[in-house]
Design a protein around this ligand. Sequence first.
Ligand code: T5A
Length: 215
Amino acid sequence: MVGRFITLEGGEGAGKSTLSRALSARLQGTGLSVLATREPGGSPKAEAIRAAILGGHFKPHGAFAEALMFSAARIDHLDTLIRPALARGDWVICDRFLDSTRVYQGALGAVEPGLLSELERITLDGAVPDLTLILDLDPQIGLARAASRRSPGEAVDRFEGETLAFHQRLRQAYLAIAADEPSRCAVLDASQPPEALAEAAWSVVSERLIDNRTA
Ligand code: T5A
């Protein structure tokens, strides 16, 4: 049996990590084996690249250089963790994936679309998610949530430190992807409490993936 691949996307502090934990527990409760992972990162090499990117190391080199680094991390993550898990029949839940590159480096970083889609083709090599849950939230709420979680004196990361206008455009870019690819994507209202959001996510997963498992 081949597993299923679910990705969680959205702005900063939208609740992706919290939802990933709830969804993993729910799937495990049905007897499925689940790998919950994240991007950038997931594998040791990709986590090392994560530290450099979020530390702002590649910012001076521009959005295309950052897209290359996210892609390098993604290739290792896919090869060492995600593909083997799917081949074993595990369900993979990944906190951010290809749409983050499309939105942050593409729509916002203005990397040329043809270049980005060619990079995506090479990086993914067919590993397209079965389902992408897009957590839609007013960025002011998301940034406040992310800030409240930071310990005193902890610096904001590379993208959290961008302007509110950047985060508002980011939200619109995610909604545009969902409108373009409705069979892969579902938009969830992330202003709901965690338990209600998890329930809404579970409805979509059940309807699109579990009830259709023989498809
Ligand atoms: N990036 C990433 C790119 O530019 N290109 C790429 O290709 C990729 C893969 C990653 C950064 O890298 C960029 C995007 C990002 O800027 P990150 O640290 O992983 O950085 O950042 P995020 O993915 O945004 O992770 P966060 O941890 O900031 O946000 P989450 O995971 O969405 O939110 P979560 O679950 O940690 O919750 C945040 C706080 O809110 C509370 C939680 O308890 C927590 O305190 N919360 C809720 N409160 C109320 N209602 C809910 N429903 C809540 N859910 C969570």
